[in-house]
Design a protein around this ligand. Structure first.
Ligand SMILES: [Fe+2]
Ligand SMILES: [Fe+2]
Length: 322
């Protein structure tokens, strides 16, 4: 074999795999590829206009405004910052896939807004998201770690964002899904949750690889930092949740759901739970919402040269648990 000079530009070779999990994640993510434009959101219009109170409509709009901010952060800054620390070329390729899907997630909310709301209302939602103090606090706190943190700190920030902070927003569509309302909107949210579940597992796994290489002293220091950060984010999330959910009276149950997901984020990072809350404590309507099958729309249809989009698999609690 010819000697490869140091300044040669290295072609990615998928026939030489450094870490099987890179390949398995690439395959899983490409199989579950989807686009917002394939979900018939307008089928929810009748429910939106006839079966949702103005308060419920506003809540839905605001949580999606918040989620737009966080997915924008992931697509613009989050994944780009993680990619700088990739340990091999396949990891970079997986992160490329993740980054594109974050753009799909962020755009999905605009598709929902466009279908359900007038332009003036949409502008109000974006004004709210760009100025809400608690939402801005978490976005900027996480982004600061993306810009200035170490490779391992950035992974913690990403897993906290995707496995924990998103869930104050996801609660609303899952709650309505559990009550058989806004089913197509919920379908989009479940596709996003399914992606995030793989992202959280994968980035958490990469964190654990690096964490194992640290000295015991460095591990203790990083753990302290991690739990402090989680607690700080939870305190902010409590205020965000009060602001959004006090009006409909769901604040306490949303906070339970958040603590349960905070534990899941720690689990993805290979760490011990921080809160006593388990799945049995979460509102069962919302848990049922998570575990219902993901419906098939036109995912079987051929696109281009006989290329088939991945079939959407039924989603169950195990998927959520990855
Ligand atoms: Fe996302
Ligand atoms: Fe993600």
């Amino acid at each position: 074999m010819a000697e490869v000079s140091k300044d040669s530009y290295q072609a990615i070779n998928w026939n030489h795999i450094e870490d099987e999990l890179d390949k398995a994640t690439w395959e899983k993510l490409t199989q579950q590829f989807w686009l917002d434009t394939r979900i018939p959101i307008s089928n929810d219009l009748r429910t939106w206009r006839g079966n949702m109170s103005p308060e419920e409509r506003e809540l839905m709009n605001l949580v999606f405004g918040g989620l737009t901010t966080l997915d924008t952060l992931q697509s613009q800054d989050g994944i780009a910052s993680l990619r700088k620390d990739a340990v091999n070329q396949k990891e970079e390729a997986v992160l490329n896939n993740i980054q594109f899907m974050e753009s799909v997630h962020a755009k999905s909310y605009s598709s929902i807004f466009e279908t359900l709301n007038e332009k003036a209302t949409i502008d109000e939602i974006f004004d709210w998201a760009d100025t809400n103090q608690y939402l801005q606090y978490k976005a900027n706190r996480i982004n600061d770690i993306y810009q200035n943190g170490s490779a391992l700190e950035k992974k913690v920030a990403s897993v906290f964002l995707e496995t924990f902070l998103f869930y104050s927003g996801f609660y609303t569509p899952l709650y309505f899904l559990g009550h058989n309302r806004m089913l197509n909107v919920a379908e989009i949210i479940k596709l996003i949750i399914r992606d995030e579940s793989v992202h959280g597992t994968y980035i958490g796994y990469k964190f654990q690889l690096g964490f194992k290489k640290l000295s015991e002293e460095e591990q203790t220091k990083l753990k302290e930092w991690m739990y402090d950060l989680l607690f700080e984010l939870y305190s902010n999330e409590e205020q965000y949740t009060h602001e959004l959910y006090d009006g409909v009276g769901w604040t306490e149950e949303v906070l339970t759901f958040l603590r349960y997901n905070a534990n899941k984020a720690l689990m993805n990072l290979g760490q011990e739970a921080m809160f006593p809350d388990g799945p049995e404590d979460v509102n069962s309507v919302v848990m049922n919402g998570i575990s219902t099958s993901t419906a098939n729309h036109d995912f079987f249809s051929g696109v281009g040269n006989g290329y088939l989009l991945g079939q959407v698999e039924a989603m169950d609690n195990d998927d959520y648990d990855i």
